[in-house]
Structure formats: structure tokens, C-alpha cells
Design a protein around this ligand. Sequence first.
Ligand SMILES: O=C(O)CCC(=O)C(=O)O
Ligand SMILES: [Fe+2]
Length: 259
Amino acid sequence: MEIGKIVDLDSHPISALDFQKQCREILDEQGVLSLAHFIYSEAMAGILDEALRLRDQAYFCQQNHSVFLNSPDQSLPANHPLNRTVETSKGCVCDDLIPSDSSLRKLYDSEVFRGFIKSVVGHSEIFPYADRLSSINIHYAERNQELGWHFDNSSFAITLMIQKSSRGGRFEYIRDFRSSNDGRENYDGVTDLLDGKLKPEQLAIEPGTLVLFRGKNSVHRVSPNKSDRTRILAVLAYNSIPNVALAESARMTFYGRLN
Ligand SMILES: O=C(O)CCC(=O)C(=O)O
Ligand SMILES: [Fe+2]
């Protein structure tokens, strides 16, 4: 089984029902599941090489956005949390540039891995994106680049750290910060957060660590990279329904192209 050369199945028996259950409980209780040494270091070395080779094809962009990722609301004051903006700047390599023999793709396509993800996130099926760009992305954060505070639109995210920055570039979050399903957006909390009055938690993520994160209600960011070592991270994205393409506006913003 090829996946056995990539994933350390001895310490992470992802097909075992009791391991799946244990992971599901951690994700449900803590909002985040962090599996250290998930990928063998030999496989990680190949993934890092590949990511460094692809870096000059990354599309770099910068946005100012609200924590809620909404369009500005002119009927509200500029200092309302729906109108206050934070900055996000990063580079992205899209799925179509990632080779077919890449370990990242073997992981993403693996039925064993997908079975694990389905079980942990509680979806009966998961599907790749219908467009050719969005399923696997590699993110690059150079010195002073960051991901501003935000809530995700998607119910879960899967990341694999490839290279850490040596200073800054840390994943920070506050759990269960809002409750979007019942409309409690916690505007006062977001104001305090943006005013620097709250102390977020930090997640220590080493290269080879797989992270599953529920970011819809847990506010999070990646602090500015304060080193010359690029932070490199793979995002493995699935949908719970088939034939979903990322919106064209989002593709133009984050990838600079549609195809
Ligand atoms: O880079 C990370 O660790 C988190 C990425 C993230 O939050 C996102 O892409 O929405
Ligand atoms: Fe996010």
C-alpha cells in the first residue's frame, strides 16, 4: 500500500475505527486535531523539495478583509467590526502545478486517507473541487507576510506544515468565538481582539504535522513571518457535495486566474 510509505501508519492507524473515533472526539471537543509526525520525514523531504521548486510559480496577493470576510457595510460606522479590516498576504501554488507523482497528491487521492477524514469530520462523502486549481494548494508566507484574523467559510480545513518560519508565522486562535448558526457574531469580542485586548492560543505545528481545524466559529490567524525562512504549508481541501468549483471571484483573487 503506497500510502504506507507516506503516512506513519504505526503511530497513526488511520483505518482503525477506534483511532478514528479518538480523533473525532478530539476534533469535536477541542475544535482542532493536530497529528504530529503524521508524514514520514523522508516523504516530507520530497514534499519540501517540490514546494521549493514550485515557489517561483506561486501567485502572490494581498488583501484587506474583515474578520467575517464580508463586503463593507456602508450603513455601519467604519470602526464597526464588519468594516474594520486586517491584512492577508501570501503566495499560492495551485493544484494543477502539483505533479501527479507528488506525495501530497497521493495523500489527497488516497481512499484510506479520505476514509479517515470522512470519519473524523462526520461526512458520509467528501469530494475534490470541480475546478483544476483549488483541491491542493501550497501557501508561502515570506518575511512580513501574514494571514489576518478571520473565520473560515468552510466547516473544516486540513493543513500540512511543510516548513516553519524561524520567527513569527504562528497559528493563533480563540475557540468557539462566535456561533454563526444562531447569529451570535460576537462583535464586541472581535473589537477587543482587533484592539489587542485578548490573548489567543497558539498551536505548535512542526513540519509533517497534519492539522484538522474547525474555523467557522473559532477565530484564527497566522502572525506575520518575522524571519527570512518562508513558511510553507499545504492545504488539502474537500467538499461535502460533488461538482463544487471555487467561486470565480475567489479564484481570481487568490490564484490570479480561473484555469
Ligand atoms: O496557514 C494556516 O496555518 C491556516 C490557513 C487558514 O486559516 C486558511 O487558509 O483559512
Ligand atoms: Fe482559516
